[in-house]
Each structure stands twice: as structure tokens, then as C-alpha cells.
Design a protein around this ligand. Structure first.
Ligand code: GLN
Length: 489
């Protein structure tokens, strides 16, 4: 059942918010020792919020849209009074004194926080293996990663530990784990959703979005979190349409573009390719027109991203100096200088991948290299965006696989960070161009692992993305024929 069905049952009193919350807390207690989606479960707070909703209903008050819906939040979104660690030792004890805009909007809409979810440290990674607190496991196969960086959120939704979750996507961190875990993940247009209270990774790319078990639920969550915020200067003023209203509209006549470069990748798993092409044919059968388009600069996305994202990260992470807040290394006997205290705090507080990004970014921004690397990357970024603009002159939405492979095993890329970076090949270009993009399940490989289909829309075209995704989902009914998996709800 989705959010709309639970809302109806809650309003009719067929189930109480406490019962719904308790059933999810029970599910967490049963499966999370294996899945490890959560860094912290906020059971007491969840039951208290649920009781308030039940009391409001008993008093005859009108319930807000997400009243009683149990949600999980990626642990890089600030929650007032609740530890927000970014899966880093650096913020291991950080309790934010303020609430992020997106979570504030969810609580105002009546949603119930069940806990904070695991991620790659500071959202840098594609597997949750860089978390300082241990990885999460994929509910479809606990020997495999759930994807990343929002792997905890994706796994929590797939395992039925919450009805929906929030993640953040800088280079694919919502879509890739959604693909690996067989759920829906939506990265909105850059600026559609406020970043206030999202711990910054790469500020020109970061965007918050939902994980859900259906496209309709993604529309519900986006509805609540989208919209202008005076506390985030990059947040767009554009009015927020009624996303759910877009869902039933017929897709006949819409032009769907297959990005040639995505299907030509040498690393593309044949099972993934076949499943995504079959999904495209299904859309054609529903009346969409399939058009092959070319984005010649698509392949430059990774190189461009791995200059821009680390550069911005190196600037954003400079604030963790061991002085104002965050981890501070113990002083040696006889005291310490400010410089060595800062250096030691950062060496001990940040994991290897975060340090690697800071070094790359600092190098790319340093005098003498900034023109060759950072400025050049910004120029290529413009070319990538223009490729998309040209493509959207011919089509309404673009279609590709979300990830070149299904979920890989733990340690598969342990000694090869470049191989891990390549996993983001298909998701990164949408971040560089600021475009909305969504992943939804389209099939399974021979091991029974979910495959994700990516749809990319024009700027602020979330409605159209949801419309096409919903049409596909209702027709294909992929989850009706899913393989059995003990940890999947
Ligand atoms: N996997 C990519 C990275 O490591 C993207 C991460 C993200 O979107 N936060 O940077």
C-alpha cells in the first residue's frame, strides 16, 4: 500500500498512527540487525508524534497530507536535537541546533521520523562502504551493496522499514541506490528543493529527493518538500504544480529519447541493456514515440564531475577544523599548535575517500592549476548542458539505464577508486546540467537483482517525468513478478 492508501485508512480510523509507526519499528527491529540501514532509530519520538496525530484525529481535526506516515532521513540532513553524523567520525557527536527546510516541511505535513539512515561518508561514494559506521546491506542480497551514497535510505524503503525516505543526489546518490534496491528514486531539478540544512558536499550539484516504493509516493513527497526557501539562495521561486495530478495523464504522443552514448558503454551489463530497451518498447506500445538522440559529451561527465565535485567539497569541508565544532584530536603532552591540531583532527576525523577528495579538490583549485582543471571542467560542464538542451528540442524525456550494472559485492572496487567512480557514468550528467531525473525498477537480472531505468527531464519538468514513469509502472507491474527475497518487504 502506498501513502494515499495509508492516508485513507488513517483518516477512516481503520488503523492508528501509533499502530502504523509501531509496525515499522517492529520491522526495523527484525531486519535492521542485518540490513543496517539506520544509524539511529528514533522510536520514542516516532511514537510520541504518532500519538499526537491520533489525538488530533480523535479531536476531529483535519489531518495534514502525510499525517502518520513513517519516514527515514539520510543522516546528512540536519534534524534539530537528533545527531546528524554524515557517517563521519568528524561529525560523530554533532547534534544540530536547527532543522533542515525539507525535514521541517515533512514534520509540518505530519510525517513521522523513524530514524536517520546510513550513507557513504559525507555522501562520497556509491556503496555505503565509506561510512565510518559500517556499510548497509542490500535487502535483495545481503552479500551485496545497496548502492550509495544514500544506500541506507534506499535499503530502508526496500526492506519495508519505512514508507519513504529522503536522500541527496550530487552525482547519482539517489538514483543509483534506488536502482540497486528496486525502489523509486527522484532527483529534482537543481533548485527545486531547498538545500538549507543539507550538509554541503558540492553545492552546485547537491539536491534532495525522495525514495519510495511507487511513483505516486514520489509525487506525494516531492509535493511537500519542493518550493522556494528564502534561506537557500539557489532555491527557485517557481510555483509548485500539483504533481499527483500529472500521474494519470496519457503518454500517447510523448517523445522519448534514447541516449545513444548510454547504450554504447563497454561496461554496460547486457542484462541491464536488454531490460531497459524492453522498457522503452513498452513505452512505445503505450503510444510514446522513441527517438534516438546523441549527447556527444556524455562520456566527459565523469572527468568533469571529479574535478568540480571535489573542488567544491574541498572548500565546503574546510569548516571542519577541530576548533568550532566536530572532531578534535587529543592534544599531545606539552600541548599543540593550532596548525598541527587542525591537521591531526582532519587526518583522524575524515576517512580515506574524503581525504582523497579534499586533496584532489585542493589541487584542482590551486594557483597554477585552476585554469587547467577547474575552469576547464566548468567549460565542459556548459557543453554537456548544451547537449541536453539540443536533445530536448527533439524529445520530451530522455531514457537510459540508471547504472551500468546491478548491485555489486562488497569490496568489488576496494582497491580501485576509479572503477567505483565509473559506476556513476550514467547519472552524473543530469547533475552537471541541473536536470530532474528519476530511477524506477524495470526488471531483474539472472541473480534476481533489480535493474533500474533512468528518465531525465527538462528543467522543472518533474511532472512529465512522473507522468511517464507512472505510465510505465502501471503497465509493466515489475514488482508483481519479483523474485523472492527474504529481506524485501
Ligand atoms: N557516487 C558519487 C560520488 O561519489 C555521487 C555521490 C552523490 O551523489 N552524493 O561522488
Amino acid at each position: 500500500m502506498g501513502i494515499a492508501e495509508w492516508r485513507a485508512r488513517l483518516r477512516q480510523g481503520e488503523v492508528s498512527a501509533r499502530e502504523l509507526t509501531q509496525s515499522h519499528l517492529d520491522r526495523i527491529a527484525a531486519v535492521d540487525p542485518t540490513v543496517h540501514a539506520f544509524l539511529e532509530v528514533t522510536g520514542e519520538r516516532a511514537l510520541a508524534s504518532a500519538d499526537r496525530i491520533d489525538a488530533a484525529r480523535a479531536a476531529g481535526q483535519e489531518l495534514p497530507p502525510l499525517a502518520g506516515i513513517p519516514l527515514a532521513i539520510k543522516d546528512n540532513l540536519c534534524t534539530k536535537g537528533i545527531r546528524t553524523t554524515c557517517s563521519s567520525r568528524m561529525l560523530g557527536q554533532f547534534v544540530p541546533p536547527y532543522e533542515s527546510t525539507v525535514t521541517e516541511r515533512l514534520w509540518d505535513a505530519g510525517a513521522v521520523l523513524v530514524g536517520k539512515t546510513n550513507l557513504d561518508e559525507f555522501a562520497m561514494g556509491s556503496s555505503t562502504e565509506t561510512s565510518a559506521f559500517g556499510p548497509s546491506r542490500n535487502p535483495w542480497d545481503p552479500e551485496r551493496v545497496p548502492g550509495g551514497s544514500s544506500g541506507g535510505s534506499a535499503a530502508a524503503v526496500a526492506a519495508g522499514e519505512c514508507l519513504a525516505a529522503l536522500g541527496s543526489d550530487t552525482g547519482g546518490s539517489i538514483r543509483q541506490p534506488a536502482s540497486f534496491c528496486g525502489v523509486v528514486g527522484l532527483k529534482p531539478t537543481y533548485g527545486r528543493v531547498s538545500r538549507w540544512g543539507l550538509v554541503a558536499f558540492a553545492s552546485s550539484l547537491d539536491q534532495v529527493g525522495p525514495f519510495t516504493t511507487s511513483v505516486a509516493d514520489a509525487a506525494e513527497i516531492l509535493q511537500v518538500i519542493a518550493g522556494a526557501d528564502r534561506r537557500d539562495g539557489t532555491c527557485l521561486q517557481a510555483p509548485v504544480p500539483d504533481y499527483s495530478a500529472a500521474l494519470g495523464r496519457p503518454v500517447k504522443g510523448l517523445r522519448v529519447g534514447l541516449i545513444r552514448e548510454c547504450f554504447d558503454q563497454p561496461g554496460l551489463d547486457p542484462a541491464v541493456k536488454a531490460s531497459v530497451l524492453a522498457a522503452a518498447q513498452r513505452l512505445e506500445a503505450l503510444g510514446c514515440e522513441l527517438v534516438e538522440v546523441s549527447c556527444p559529451r556524455f562520456d566527459d561527465g565523469i572527468a568533469t564531475y571529479y574535478v568540480i565535485a571535489p573542488s567544491e567539497a574541498s572548500a565546503n569541508l574546510a569548516r571542519y577544523d577541530g576548533v568550532k565544532y566536530g572532531y578534535r584530536a587529543a592534544a599531545p603532552e606539552g600541548g599543540d599548535s593550532l596548525a598541527t591540531m587542525t591537521a591531526r583532527s582532519r587526518a583522524e576525523g575524515f576517512g580515506e575517500e574524503v581525504q582523497r577528495r579534499i586533496l584532489i579538490g585542493t589541487y584542482a583549485l590551486s594557483a597554477g592549476y585552476v585554469d587547467a582543471y577547474y575552469r576547464k571542467a566548468q567549460q565542459v560542464r556548459t557543453l554537456i548542458r548544451r547537449d541536453f538542451e539540443r536533445a530536448f528540442e527533439a524529445v520530451d524525456v530522455l531514457l537510459s539505464p540508471t547504472s551500468p550494472t546491478t548491485a555489486f559485492r562488497f569490496g568489488a572496487h576496494r582497491d580501485d577508486p576509479l572503477a567505483m567512480y565509473l559506476a556513476d557514468l550514467l547519472t552524473i550528467p543530469a547533475n552537471l546540467a541541473g536536470l530532474p531525473a528519476l530511477s524506477l525498477p524495470c526488471g531483474f537480472d539472472a541473480q534476481g537483482l533489480p535493474i533500474g531505468l533512468q528518465l531525465i527531464g527538462g528543467v522543472l519538468q518533474e511532472e512529465q517525468l512522473l507522468q511517464v514513469a507512472h505510465a510505465y509502472e502501471s503497465d509493466a507491474r515489475v514488482m508483481d513478478n519479483r523474485p523472492a527475497a527474504a529481506l524485501v518487504a
